[in-house]
Design a protein around this ligand. Structure first.
Ligand SMILES: Cc1cc2nc3c(=O)[nH]c(=O)nc-3n(C[C@H](O)[C@H](O)[C@H](O)COP(=O)(O)OP(=O)(O)OC[C@H]3O[C@@H](n4cnc5c(N)ncnc54)[C@H](O)[C@@H]3O)c2cc1C
Length: 402
């Protein structure tokens, strides 16, 4: 008889949702995976080819430490689940601009890893996928299945409950915003500062010799050669690619000539012959493009952990500016069973697996060996804490003698 308490809804079937589905399934959880699309990896994780590589900085930053852990972890997951050559391949990348040097890396088609994670969960008998299911909002209410217990219900646009469980992980990238902040949602928009950043990749058939020995990174990454049977059926099996553009605040997936030209300009500084080929291929109407929207947080770090419960924070806050200014992350009340795994930005390949494993540990109430300071940088309550401190500081300043 399965333990009804170890059942989670995961909303979103991209890298983040599939990674946490796999992590929970391996820990013995049952997962109902809900996605608005007709199958897995249809959002940003549908990227034809991306780079798994560390974020190199002269002095360590939260992102550089996180990406170092993430590269090792994702590489282990790829080696465990996906045959090399069928969705990924190891390589090196030349950094040409900032922090020049050659670094170990891998080229990855994220859908291959997403599908492998879901197949694993399915093989464990842990997964119920629900495609074409847009979750409009969440409601915490008495359970239909377990009288006396509170569950999270996922509701569709008509207010019908499509699934319920004691635990929910929102891994819906930018879709998390409307889901959690609209319609009396559990969070306010200030607590969830997520922004769209559109990106476009320009690519073509790899014919003749590759125009570089390995991927080159400056403003964007030039991939001189990538081969994969899993690329879209109407595309060539062997491609070159240049990307990607960063269009902050843009939330559509149209492939544009303007973005191709921006990629050509970035490629000019990396490999002028490859830039000429990109422009020729565009003129001959043979250039392929792929565009999607990344989800980025205000500080560009992912959100990993339990969702803050704002009204409880305000209700429980002691009166007096000075005391409220000292509010710490641990003081923030949380919604029982409501967790976030989103804002992977332009690094989901590197970050999703490690972040998902950390979240699964948290959900199971287990101790993690990860640095507490690093986890605090990912805590979804960080924006609320900063806002409360800012408000308290402003109040103190406005008081006589403040
Ligand atoms: C052009 C481009 C190039 C990139 N290059 C790289 C790279 O080189 N390296 C790298 O690491 N990363 C790269 N990225 C980023 C990477 O693709 C993302 O970080 C990653 O795919 C995000 O995964 P996700 O699961 O958070 O989001 P997504 O893959 O977008 O998944 C979110 C899912 O949630 C579903 N959803 C949304 N709202 C709802 C709802 N209300 N109800 C139900 N389902 C919902 C969507 O249908 C979608 O399937 C690139 C991104 C782009 C666009």
């Amino acid at each position: 008889m399965p333990d009804a308490r170890r059942h989670a809804l995961v909303i979103g079937a991209g890298l983040a949702g599939a990674a946490v589905t796999s992590a929970l399934a391996r820990r013995g959880w049952r997962v109902t995976l809900l996605d608005a699309a007709g199958g897995p990896a249809q959002g940003a994780s549908g990227l034809p080819v991306g780079m798994l590589s560390p974020h190199i900085t002269r002095a360590p930053t939260p992102l550089s430490r996180l990406s170092q852990l993430g590269v090792t972890h994702t590489l282990a997951e790829l080696q465990r689940l996906v045959p090399q050559g069928s969705g990924w391949q190891v390589c090196e990348v030349d950094n040409l601009g900032h922090d020049p040097g050659r670094w170990p890396a891998a080229l990855v088609r994220p859908a291959a890893l997403v599908e492998a994670w879901l197949q694993e969960a399915q093989g464990l008998g842990a997964l119920t996928p629900r495609w074409n299911t847009t979750v409009h909002h969440l409601r915490r209410t008495a359970s239909d299945d377990s009288p006396g217990e509170l569950h999270w219900q996922a509701l569709d646009a008509g207010g019908q409950c499509v699934a319920e469980a004691p635990v929910v992980v929102v891994a819906a990238a930018l879709g998390s915003l409307a889901l959690l902040t609209g319609h009396d949602g559990p969070l306010s928009p200030e607590a969830l500062p997520l922004n769209p950043v559109k990106g476009q990749l320009s690519l073509g058939a790899r014919e003749g010799p590759a125009l570089a020995d390995r991927p080159q990174r400056n403003e964007g990454v030039f991939v001189p050669h990538y081969q994969d049977e899993g690329l879209p059926p109407n595309w060539p099996r062997a491609i070159w690619a240049m990307g990607s553009t960063f269009e902050r605040g843009v939330n559509n997936t149209l492939v544009t000539g303007d973005a191709h030209e921006r990629n050509a300009r970035s490629l000019q500084s990396i490999a002028p012959a490859a830039a000429a080929r990109l422009r020729n291929t565009l003129e001959q109407a043979r250039l392929l493009g792929w565009a999607q929207v990344r989800c980025a947080s205000l500080d560009r770090l992912p959100l990993v952990g339990a969702a803050p419960r704002l009204e409880a924070l305000h209700a429980g806050a002691p009166a007096g500016g000075a005391r409220r200014q000292r509010v710490a992350m641990a003081d923030v009340p949380r919604w029982p069973g409501l967790h976030l795994l989103c804002a992977m930005g332009s690094r989901g390949i590197t970050l999703a697996a490690w972040c998902a494993d950390q979240l699964a540990l948290q959900i199971d109430g287990e101790v993690t060996l990860a640095e507490p300071v690093l986890l605090a940088h990912l805590d979804p309550a960080r924006f609320v804490v900063k806002a409360v401190r800012r408000q308290a500081a402003a109040r103190t300043r406005s008081q006589p003698g403040g």
